[in-house]
Design a protein around this ligand. Sequence first.
Ligand code: GDP
Length: 445
Amino acid sequence: MNTGAPAPTLPMVAIIGRANVGKSTLFNRLTQSTQALVGDQPGVTRDRHVGKVSYDGQSFLLVDTGGLTGAEDELGALIRRQAEAAVAEADLILLVMDGKTGPLPGDEEVVSFLRSTGKPVLLVINKMDHPGRDMVLPEFYRFGLEPMQAVSAEHRLGLGGLLKEIVQRLPPTAAAPEAEAAIRVAVVGRPNVGKSSLINRVLGEERFIVSDRPGTTRDAIDTPLHFQGRDYILIDTAGMRRPSFRQPGLERIMVLKAVRALERAQVAVLLLDASEGVTAQDLRIASLIEQEAKGCLVGLNKWDLVAREDREPRLAQVRRELGFLAFAPLVPLSARTGLNIGRLFNWLEVIHDQMGTRVGTGRLNQVLQEIIGRVKPPLFHFRPVKFYYLTQPETFPPTFVAFVNHPEGVPESYRRYLVKQLRDKLGLTHAPLRLFLKKRQRRGS
Ligand code: GDP
């Protein structure tokens, strides 16, 4: 159960290799087992190229770099660039080679490049499900990357052994600190929207009291802050203050950075450049926030650049384009002039408190009866759909489970009505909210 305690940074493992060695199959196999466990919990696991894997009590993020840059060409520049970017972020590299063809020209170069980075590399020989496999294997010893892992991603051979080797090589995950009252905030957004300007503004203002010893979680620097009676932690402030990644074709790395910061945050500030409006990259990050079910505030930065007469239409446009984040307040602000910076933090407090709201069973069921009394659920195969009761197993975000005789008979429109009503009646208008419908034959059974 999620108590709202901050999650430690997950180690990241990157899969590197040329086209057709089976990177995606391996990625899918390794992440699928976990997805079955997390079930209907949305998250990074939905992203095609980033997945969470848990094995033997340890979790890590697995990145399929094959998807990072789109089409791969024959080795050379593209693989190298893809590898460089992923390697910079990763804690461990899985270098995948083809056990059917044996080593190929150019493999040597990739190995020596990876070696020069100083990151740990695990050599995985895939497709080891053919008769000649024992003949091919020794050829890979030339790379001096032992122990190698022989697997067949397609036939699910050797994956347990591989996972064991992976988790052994991961840095120890910092134990989750004690549950704390501080509000954990990540500022996310595409390059140039003003993330570092905003953070520097906040850190530079006297009314925000910055504790002089920033908390460090492995490679991330978090900054504790005090403002108007509340404690905040700005996640990965160092990463945000460094100049952003501006190389073309590496947007995925930007997304990875956002994923990592979001993992540890309770509330995200999705920063937009208000003078430009909502771009495709903004939408991509917004949908991550939505998938991760984090609290969210949309900051429209550079408001000073938006002409007075354009302001109302711009707000309406952003609201429309980010319709799926309807619970996120929009705050026009300016890192340059300081406009609305205090207001932003007041909102963070509201959002955080709603995320942590726990509603008692008595009140929940009273509310449920009111809601279904007002608009009855539609019939399902000529039979009434019955809602028996409602529970709230989790906070961060508030998560509700309704027990129903025919969950499959509840149309999406009615589900939306339920969610909207729950928000209004429970005062959860600014938090993401999850509602699961579970089958139950009759009350109490
Ligand atoms: P980051 O990549 O998201 O960290 O963006 P930066 O903080 O580096 O800002 C990108 C550019 O936008 C810089 O030239 C900033 O000076 C400028 N900028 C940031 N905030 C504002 C603002 O509120 N108003 C205006 N006019 N410019 C801003």
